[in-house]
Design a protein around this ligand. Structure first.
Ligand code: MRU
Length: 363
């Protein structure tokens, strides 16, 4: 995707010892990049949310493993790096998925060749992510197109958090169908949940959509239900940080409430995700570890001051404690369908198994 007319990905190699990222913790007001040269740099970028979004966390972890192996290609170093990276953020499944892909890719590789092989695998993971997101875009755009045809007017789509190209290597998951449909001339408009406490919707999704010229409106997280009751939402599309084999969808906190409102109002609710987001080892969404983040993300808010300076201010009394759980689980029964790189399926064990028949069938 483009920023000021220049095509970008969210992560790209500079040379065999350095990978560059867009520092998302400074968007939308400052566009800056960061160079990652060590395992510690990669872990810090993930933990500090310079990179965020499940697929991009996975891509960064893959490069983090390669950077670690440049310094020490032993199995012990591989395992230590895997532990370090897996400890950065607990919910997004793509993190462990990418590390396990590295493990498989390096299984039969001699120590002196491991760093180069891991670097090549990280690049392959990134290329695969781009192609999968492009395919998600194609499959999801067909849903939007059908909706536009049936409605005979602009389609209003609600999304939560940021599951656009900034959350992936390119294109995005939930936003890819929107980009593909918009580029194909389908009239659409996006309701962008602000997504407190970190405001990924207001700061990142709005930034992306504006840069691509997609009509959109930022709304308070609590407005979605009312918009659905008053027939101003045709479709909800969200991303996912981890989806179970039974199709329970874990995503940014607040997603569940949107799904409840969509269900109550008969609004189709889709989650868009690539295979790396599916955790085949978990059947029930309640088993997914939910990240607890610093209360300061809730008690404080950052933005551009009238003087043009990015400032952080407190919005909660000093004496009030705050709880900041970053994700929630939407049970499969509230999900109309999953949009994946292999097509769209029902949010059921059989639906998931129909697209990924090489995985074990889930009862
Ligand atoms: O905490 P974040 O910003 O890493 O959250 C991840 C997300 O962007 C969302 O939950 C998203 O909807 C799914 S990841 C494509």
């Amino acid at each position: 995707m483009k920023i000021s007319g220049v095509p970008y990905r969210t992560i790209w190699p500079i040379d065999s010892g350095c990978v560059r990222i867009i520092d998302q913790s400074r968007l939308p007001f400052v566009f800056a990049t960061l160079d990652l040269r060590t395992l510690a740099d990669a872990a810090h970028a993930i933990r500090g949310m310079a990179v965020r979004g499940a697929p991009l966390i996975g891509a960064t972890a893959a490069y983090g493993m390669a950077l670690a192996l440049r310094d020490d290609p032993t199995i012990a170093a591989f395992e230590a790096a895997a532990r370090t990276l897996k400890a950065t953020r607990p919910t997004a499944h793509n993190l462990a998925w990418a590390i396990e892909r590295q493990r498989a890719a390096l299984a039969a590789v001699a120590p002196e060749e491991r760093a180069a092989a891991a670097w090549a695998e990280a690049a392959a993971i990134c290329e695969t992510d781009v192609e999968q997101c492009r395919a998600i875009g194609r499959h999801g755009a067909a849903i939007i197109g059908r909706c536009a045809e049936a409605a005979g007017r602009t389609v209003n789509i609600l999304t939560h958090c940021n599951a656009g190209w900034l959350a992936c290597v390119d294109w995005g998951t939930a936003l890819a169908p929107i980009y593909v449909a918009h580029d194909a001339g389908v009239p659409l408009h996006v309701w962008v949940d602000e997504t407190r406490p970190r405001n990924q919707g207001a700061s990142l999704t709005a930034f992306e959509l504006a840069a691509h010229g997609v009509p959109h409106t930022v709304i308070a997280d609590n407005l979605g239900g009312h918009l659905m009751q008053t027939a101003r939402v045709d479709l909800v599309i969200v991303g996912s940080d981890r989806t179970t084999a039974h199709a329970d969808v874990c995503n940014k906190v607040g997603t569940y409430l949107k799904a409840l409102a969509a269900f109550d109002n008969g609004v189709p609710f889709y989650a868009a995700l690539p295979i790396g987001t599916i955790d085949w080892s978990i059947e029930r969404g309640t088993d997914i570890p939910i990240e607890e983040r610093s209360p300061s993300e809730l008690t404080h808010i950052s933005g551009l001051s009238a003087a043009g300076v990015v400032e952080t201010v407190r919005v909660v009394p000093e004496s009030s404690p705050a709880l900041n759980l970053a994700f929630d689980v939407t049970p499969a029964r509230l999900v109309t369908g999953l949009i994946t790189e292999r097509g769209v399926c029902t949010a059921t064990p059989a639906g998931v198994a129909s697209l990924y028949s090489e995985r074990r069938a889930v009862a």
